[in-house]
Ligand binder design. Sequence first.
Ligand code: NG1
Ligand code: ZN
Length: 540
Amino acid sequence: ALALAAERKGKDDHPRTYGKEIDYGTAGFRSKAEHLDHILYRMGILAALRSRVKGATVGVMITASHNPVADNGVKLIDPQGEMLEMSWETIATDLANLNDNELSAALIHIIEKENIDLAKPASVFFGRDTRPSSEQLSNAALEGSRVFNADVKDFGIVTTPMLHYFVAAHNSNNEYGDPTVTGYFFKLTTAFRSFREEIISEKGPESGNYQPAIVADMANGVGGPIMKQMSELIKDLLTIEFFNTGEGELNHESGADYVKVRQTLPKRVRIKSKDRCVSFDGDADRIVYYYQDQSVKFRLLDGDRIASLVAGYLRSLLDIMGIELNIGVVQTAYANGASTKYITEVLQIPVACVYTGVKHLHHKAQEFDIGIYFEANGHGTVLFSKKAKVLAKAAREDKSSAHYRLNGGKRGAARKMLTFIDMVNETTGDSISDLLIVETILHARGWSVEDWENSYADLPNRLLKVTVKDRNVIKVIDPECHISEPEGLQEDFDRLISMFTQGRAFVRPSGTEDVVRVYAEANTQSSADKLAVHIAKLVH
Ligand code: NG1
Ligand code: ZN
């Protein structure tokens, strides 16, 4: 009966008006906002079913992240705050692309196949970004969940990682934190404050070249209102000068993606040379750092830099703690070759390479006791195993004479490690948490942004988009993005790449935009540019 009621309501209020197939891609469904109403409604339903399967609260986030303002999207969040299990992506895709009169049969099929007991309660959390279309789409999803008798809670405008956190915190019976906006701010800022106080008590108020001030570009997205609230709580520790906080168009000429891809300053930002700057993306799950050097040259510190900074610091804490944990970094093919070399050779930390998309990085990172994952674009976080947490707690309590009262010693390092863990949003990449982490490590190290950059030199690189008739004719066969189809094309790439010193290049169809992406790196910028353009011509 529920399935029939859902079908009827769908036909009446949320009919499918868009003929083309849409896939649950790298980050859920993404499309022009006007194509999405029926999909949102159906994802609301699916979330109510998913919640019953898991016997826990799940999340529905409405956002298209760094995409233009006319786009929107939706993704489901599983109970521990992780991305929807991959086998359910197919279910989601099938459901999204049915005709209106096939809905009830399809729902009954899912209910039977997954053995779902509709008498059980269901609970779904909702969040959305600041796009003009988000509220209406969110309402469509809420209706879907309500039709299937789910208990719904709408958090309104929040960052994507906040919703991940709410879901995880709620399902952990608040052990991970309080599932509220205040609880989220409290968890992160308390950790940030106590870490800073610990360093100040060791070193005094000045820490080397570190200056407690940053410039922040919020991409005119959700980061604006949220970060302003957060920064009030730590304003005595870190001064933040804001730009693009919502007065202009979302993601337009600003934000982490713009800065990363164009390798240039966002518009409407006034900075001085050597100011430490950050950009968030539209839903605040990515962050990149940058500055302008003395010769007014733009210098980017992207996700690879953050990964190396975090890996290096946690490695040093582990060394002081003297405990054996397996620590690893997870990257994708977009990681700068120089960062991979630095992490493996200088830091002596293993690096795993996986397919693009946070879910792949997240899964791989779970294999380590301390798994640090970042996409080059600035999306990432750190995961800690139970064992890591237990050993760190034991080290903190170790009162054997050699360690007792030694501040810089084992117990101090363990205390820092535990405070650090509290500052991390382990559910997914989080601009706010990542910002606090980076600021904490720079402060602890006494580093300016230039000191940070000096750890290694990036290989010049170029990212391009190519529009083709059907991007899916390109078949990628491994995480390094070699392709098997169209036949012979990989050999053409290889021939071209071999003509460039330190050349590396690949293509893959985007999972979030209707384009093929081209990446190239080489020993000089002009070579990287040339290689990218030549590869793009071969794809065309
Ligand atoms: P696609 O469009 O599949 O390349 C982009 C990013 C991913 C990931 C997703 C989700 C690049 C090159 N690709 O995916 O890393 O962040 O968006 O937002 O940055
Ligand atoms: Zn995002």
